[in-house]
Every structure is written in C-alpha cells, then in structure tokens.
Design a protein. Structure first.
Length: 453
C-alpha cells in the first residue's frame, strides 16, 4: 500500500494498521499542530453503498458521546478517489490486545482499565447505541498528564438500540461475542456486557474464556468457562464470581447493565484473595496416585472451529507446570508436597475437576498430579504402587530417564498413568487419571519442571 502524503489538511506520518474494511494512519493536523488517527475506507469497498453508509455511521455514533473514555471523532472528509475518512483521537499507547500478548495483566490494572471502558460503554448505552464488537483490539490507551486512560474505539458494528429492537444479522468477534448476538436475536445492552466480561477474563487469564474461532462455534459452547482461579492464585473468588456472572449464557442471569458489573468488579477486587489449597498426599497414598486430568468432555474438541481449550497451570513456586483441558481444571493445589524420604516440602501441583474427591477411587475425577521427588535413583515402573481397584496393564516402560506404568479397569471407568521422569536434573512423579487414553498421554507428556537458579 502506497503511503499518501495528505488527507485534506492532515499530513500522513505512517500507517498504524489495517483491517478488512479500512486502514488507519497516524497524521498531523497542520492547522492545530496535533497528532490524529485517520481511518480511511479500503479501496475495494468504495463502490459498496452499504459499507460506505456503515462507515460514515460509525462517525455519527462516536459523535453522540463526548466522553474521554470513547474515541472521539473530530472531522470527516473524502479522499481524491472518493473514499470517506474519519479523523479520530490518536491512542498513542497501543491496545489491550498488545498487552495481553505479553501476558496476563495485574488485577489492579485490569480493574482500572475496565472501569474506564465500562464508563465509555455505559455512556454509549445511555445515548441509545450498542457497540456490538467489544474486544481487546478495540480497547485503546492514550497518554494523560498523570499517566494514561483506556478508551473504547471502533464502532464499525455499532447499532442504535432502536435498530436492534428488531431481529438483527449475526455479527461480532467469536471469542468475545454474546450467544444471542450470534443467533440474531433482538439485542439489548447485556450483549455488550457479556463482551466486556469476556475482555475482563482475557486480561486476567491472558486468553479469552472460550476459544471459538467462528460464529457457529459460539453456539456449540456448553457450560461456563474455567474458573480464573485455575490459572492464577491472586484473583479473589469474589472477582471470579463477578466475571462468570457476566459471562452467563442466559442474559437474564447476567448483571443488569455495564455500570453494575463494573461496580461489582471494583468492590470484589478489594476483597483479599483467599486461595484454598488442599494438601497433596505423599507417594504412599496409592489412591492419590490415580490423579487428575483427562476426560474427553469439558471444553476440548468442539466442532465448528473451536480451538483446543487447553490451559497451562503452574504451581505456587512457578517451577512445575502442566497443560490440560480447561474443563478439568476446576480446582487446584499448588503449594507443594512432602514425599517419603524428604525432610521438607518439595514443589507439588494437583489440578483436577474436584480435588475434594481426588482420593476417592469410585469418583470420576479427571486430573493430574506432579511432584518433585527427593534425589535418588530412577525407580522401575514394576515397583510403582497400584491404585485401588485398578489392574496393572502390560503397557509399562522403563527407559534411561523415564519409567511409566498404565493401570486399567479402574473404578468409575478411568485409566490411570503413573510416571517418574528425570526433568532438568530432578526426578518428577506424575499421575494422570482420564477416560480417554490419548488425552491422558498428552497431559502426561506436557508436565514440565524448571528449577529456579
């Protein structure tokens, strides 16, 4: 794409980005000596009257709200080849999507930015406008004299509440869109509320609540997403509950509006996080050897383009980690264990669908346990303790750095794997319980240990 020199009085500096419908350029207002963002309709849409109408309509929606938390539109014009452009507030500190790529955000930062965005979104709703595409890419940051503020931008899918009082065409970004919007139902502000809750989840988890990649995949989702507390210990249960309510599939179960969601989130964040960590039993408890992770259900393997819903969970010391399906990661204990032969606590991690029922042989509890063992020789798989009610399979393996045993016929129809593996100079004990053998092996192989230097 050739860089133009000007859009009217706006001297082009560089391109900021482009999408399917438009390109955005950083420019300087030569009369006011100020940097602005100029959004220009893409060339291949210039003759599409409906797209042109929607493009200009975005500017009209933005003009309805004079808010520091909504990107402002300052001017509108046309290029020499008759493409409309909007002159917008320049967000000089990038997007929330950029920051999530670098990892989950601190809780305090997340609450602050969602407070900004919710204010802007509520003001849109108060003026009769639905955004319909709230996502991290549309949360922008701008410098202020005291720091920065978050703003909501890109109303390309925006609609008036009067327009959405009738059945609408499906639209939105699959990872963040409310199910009723995908179905084409009559919409109200709770559709934007759902998207805002999904953005909040993504900011804290580093990934969206579901992995839908198509609109059809959104409708294949069943049940709530995994608790945020399965991936980080510093999120209070109260915050988790606020966000999960915002993500209710039934909009009648969500918060009544964006303002109440933001207020509840702010209040919940003030409650100290109380992390419940059930103790991990030592090796001698063979029932525990039957451990966490595996069933073929949960959020794994949806059709219609849903990505594999895996999460990587780490222990409190951040040295042990395992990748597992979200639906199995309901409870977590990561503060270590004390195996036989150890004089102190060693790194240990237990993640399962129900840690309270972990040691009960007759319960169907998929999950995984990983724990560092005291220094010693690699044991033989033939000497591993047999989980209660299980039968030793012939599929056991002894190799120079790993010993693996498989147990079948276990209660509740589960298959159990027991492994001791040398990882970066340490022996790590791993137990996996699952219904699906292939998934069990995948989880078994995902366990990693990185000792601190």
């Amino acid at each position: 794409m050739v860089q133009p020199s000007h859009f009217g009085r706006y001297a082009v500096i560089r391109r900021l980005g482009s999408g399917g419908f438009a390109a955005v350029w950083l420019a300087r207002d030569e009369e006011l000596d100020a940097e602005v963002a100029v959004k220009v309709l893409a060339e291949h849409w210039v003759d599409d009257l409906d797209v042109r109408r929607r493009f200009v309509e975005e500017g009209r929606f933005l003009r309805k709200v004079e808010s520091p938390y909504v990107v402002g539109v300052h001017d509108i014009g046309s290029t020499d080849d008759d493409r409309p452009y909007l002159v917008l507030t320049y967000a000089d500190r990038g997007t929330l999507a950029d920051r999530i790529k670098a990892g989950p955000l601190p809780l305090t930062d997340t609450v602050a930015l969602i407070g900004n965005v919710s204010t802007g979104l509520q003001e849109l709703h108060d003026r009769g406008v639905l955004h319909r595409d709230v996502k991290p890419e549309n949360v922008l940051f701008r410098s202020t004299p005291t720091g920065e503020r978050a703003m909501l931008g890109d109303l390309g899918l925006g609609k008036s509440l009067d327009a959405v009082s009738r059945v609408t065409m499906p639209g939105g970004t699959p990872a963040y869109v409310a199910p009723e919007q995908v179905r084409g139902d009559v919409l109200d502000p709770r559709a934007d509320l759902y998207a805002l809750a999904a953005v909040t989840y993504a900011a804290l988890a580093g990934q969206p609540p579901y992995g839908a990649t198509t609109l059809a995949a959104v409708l294949a989702v069943e049940g709530p997403p995994a608790s945020l507390r399965t991936v980080r210990d510093d999120v209070p249960a109260e915050v988790d509950a606020v966000i999960l309510r915002g993500l209710s599939r039934d909009r009648e179960q969500r918060w009544p509006d964006v303002r109440s969601f933001a207020e509840a989130l702010r209040a919940a964040a003030l409650v100290p996080a109380t992390v419940r960590r059930p103790s991990v039993r030592p090796w001698v408890a063979a029932t525990v050897a039957a451990a966490v992770l595996g069933s073929a259900g949960g959020y794994l393997g949806w059709q219609y383009g849903v990505q594999r819903q895996q999460v990587r969970v780490v222990d409190q010391q951040q040295v042990l980690s395992v990748e597992l399906p979200r639906g199995w990661a309901r409870t977590r204990a990561g503060d270590g264990w004390r195996p036989q032969g150890s004089t102190g606590t060693l790194p240990g991690l237990l993640v399962s669908s129900d840690n309270d029922s972990w040691s009960k042989a007759d319960r169907k509890v998929p999950g995984v346990f990983a724990g560092v063992l005291p220094p010693g020789e690699l044991p033989s798989a033939a000497g591993f303790p047999v989980p209660t009610g299980c039968t030793v399979s012939a599929d056991w393996v002894d190799k120079p750095s790993v010993a693996t045993a498989k147990y079948v016929g276990c209660p509740a129809g589960m298959t159990t794997y027991e492994r001791v593996k040398e990882i970066r100079g340490a022996l790590v004990r791993i137990q996996v319980r699952a219904e699906n053998d292939a998934q069990a092996q995948q989880v078994l192989d995902s366990v990693d240990y990185t000792p601190r230097k």
